[in-house]
Design a protein around this ligand. Structure first.
Ligand code: ATP
Ligand SMILES: Nc1ccn([C@H]2C[C@H](O)[C@@H](COP(=O)(O)O)O2)c(=O)n1
Length: 226
């Protein structure tokens, strides 16, 4: 099988639209590999923080991107994906809003995006790949067989994040989260390179008011039975 014959399902969308949750479940159902591309940007942002690298210094960030070892390890019992950065399990740190904001800032640097391209494409292995992010269908896998763009209202995305963080015991306010989500949407959608936008051939799914299982079924319906 040549690389371009390996099927890819891309799931792009804004923060809190449910990309990660839905992509993982769909990949499990299909028995395909899974790429959480946002985790790569988050890992570089976190590694830059550990190394006191200035987020406004593009050449230092590019070096950091090449130097950062990132491994995804599935917990065999919970099936949760752990992310190990330079040998340290950084899963929890990666999920913070601080790490999300740092990732969004460095993701606007074209050289950082270019440095992560091959790493992302290397996830394309038989029998198939589900890839989630902002530019999976537009830039990284433009030839993907199936493309989805997930959305939900900003209020609902903030509410989901609020519940997620409250359940973890993190002290947050709904208004603060809504502000962060809107700021990240604006930065991701307005940057010059690979902005957050649906591919022309993506199927749009508005998940507002829809449960996770319903969304998973809608996405699976796009991929023919194999
Ligand atoms: N359809 C849905 N209905 C209700 N809650 C959902 C739905 N989809 C996802 N969630 C919940 O919303 C939260 C955010 O989901 P998730 O992390 O998958 O979003 P995301 O788009 O990957 O966000 P980010 O880009 O910030 O990583 C999680 O707690 C998840 O369980
Ligand atoms: N393909 C991608 C994936 C992520 N980013 C940037 C922009 C996001 O705000 C940030 C964190 O991503 P998340 O984990 O929330 O999906 O990383 C990107 O530019 N392109």
């Amino acid at each position: 099988m040549t690389e371009t014959n390996i099927p890819v399902l891309t799931i792009d969308g804004p923060s809190g639209s449910g990309k990660g949750t839905v992509s993982r479940l769909v990949a499990q159902k299909l028995g395909w590999h899974y790429l959480d591309s946002g985790a790569l940007y988050r890992a570089v942002g976190v590694a830059a923080g550990w190394g006191d690298i200035d987020l406004a210094d593009p050449s230092a960030l590019v070096r950091c991107t090449f130097d950062t070892a990132i491994e995804f390890i599935e917990d065999p019992e919970t099936r949760e994906l752990r992310v190990v950065v330079n040998g340290v399990d950084a899963t929890d740190e990666l999920r913070t809003e601080t790490a999300g904001a740092a990732a969004s800032a460095i993701a606007a640097i074209p050289e950082v995006r270019a440095a992560l391209k091959d790493r992302q494409r290397a996830f394309r292995r038989p029998p198939g790949l589900v890839a989630d992010g902002r530019d999976m269908g537009t830039v990284i896998f433009p030839d993907a067989s199936f493309k989805v763009f997930l959305t939900a209202s900003a209020d609902e995305r903030a509410e989901r994040r609020y519940k997620q963080l409250k359940d973890k015991g993190v002290s947050v306010t709904f208004d603060g989260l809504l502000r962060e989500i809107l700021a990240r949407d604006a930065r991701d959608a307005n940057r010059a390179v690979a902005p957050l936008r649906p591919a022309d051939d993506a199927v749009h799914i508005d998940t507002t008011g829809q449960g996770i299982d319903e969304v998973v079924q809608r996405v699976l319906a796009i991929v023919p039975a194999r």
